[in-house]
Design a protein around this ligand. Structure first.
Ligand code: FAD
Length: 169
C-alpha cells in the first residue's frame, strides 16, 4: 500500500475538538481512509490493491446542527475544505478530498426523526438519518410522535439501507 500522507489539519484540529469534543474527531489512518471512500467499484478495487487516492485530514462527527454551523464558519474563515459523508454509498467519488480538508460524518449522531406532522403528512429529519431509521419512525409514529395514523416513507431505492435522507434515501 502506498503511504498515507500525514494530516495537515494541525492548525485547526484543536478548535474542531473544542466544538465537538475529542471523542468525535478521528485522525487515525483507518478512519481517515474509511471516510475518504464510497462504494464506487473502481475505488474498491484500487483499495484492495493498496492504491490510495487522496485521504481526508480528519473524520469529524457533529452532534447537531449547531456543531455543523460552527465548523462551517471556522472552516470558511480558515479556508479548509469540507466533505460530507451521509450513508457512504456514493458511487461517484463524492468523498475524494482533492484538497484534503476534513470530512463531516452525519450518520453517527445526526440520525434522528425530530417531528412527524399528521396534519400535512410531513416530517422533520436530521440529515444523517438512514432509510430504515426513517421508515421505523414513520411506521411507529403513534407510539413515537403521538399521531393517530401510521405512515410510510414510500420510497425504497436499492440503497434504502445504505443511504441517508440528506443525500438520497
Ligand atoms: C448497493 C447500492 C445500491 C444503490 N442503489 C441506488 C438506487 O436504487 N437509487 C439511487 O438513486 N442510487 C443508488 N445508489 C447510489 C447511492 O446510494 C445514492 O447516490 C445515495 O443517494 C447516496 O446516499 P448516501 O446517504 O449514502 O450519500 P453519501 O454516499 O454519503 O453521499 C453522496 C454525496 O452527497 C454528499 N452528501 C451527503 N450528505 C449530504 C448532505 N447532508 N448535504 C450535502 N451533501 C451531502 C456527499 O458528499 C457525496 O458527494 C446505490 C449505491 C449502492 C452502493
Amino acid at each position: 500500500m502506498n503511504d498515507i500522507p500525514k494530516s495537515n489539519l494541525t492548525k485547526i484540529i484543536e478548535e474542531i475538538i473544542g466544538i465537538v469534543g475529542a471523542e468525535n474527531v478521528q485522525c487515525d489512518d483507518y478512519n481517515r481512509v474509511k471516510y475518504s471512500y464510497g462504494k464506487l467499484a473502481e475505488e474498491m478495487v484500487a483499495l484492495k490493491r493498496g492504491i490510495l487516492h487522496e485521504i481526508t485530514g480528519a473524520a469529524v462527527h457533529p452532534r447537531d446542527k449547531h456543531d455543523v454551523q460552527k465548523i462551517v464558519k471556522l472552516c470558511n474563515e480558515k479556508k479548509v475544505p469540507i466533505y460530507v459523508f451521509g450513508g457512504g454509498s456514493s458511487c461517484n467519488m463524492g468523498f475524494k478530498p482533492e484538497k484534503e480538508g476534513l470530512t463531516l460524518v452525519l450518520n453517527t449522531h445526526m440520525n434522528k426523526v425530530i417531528e412527524v406532522n399528521e396534519l400535512n403528512h410531513t416530517c422533520r429529519v436530521q440529515a444523517g438519518c438512514m432509510g430504515p431509521q426513517l421508515e421505523d419512525a414513520l411506521n411507529n409514529a403513534p407510539e413515537k410522535f403521538h399521531t393517530v395514523h401510521r405512515f410510510t416513507n414510500g420510497h425504497f431505492p436499492q440503497s434504502f439501507e445504505l443511504s441517508s435522507v440528506g443525500a438520497g434515501c
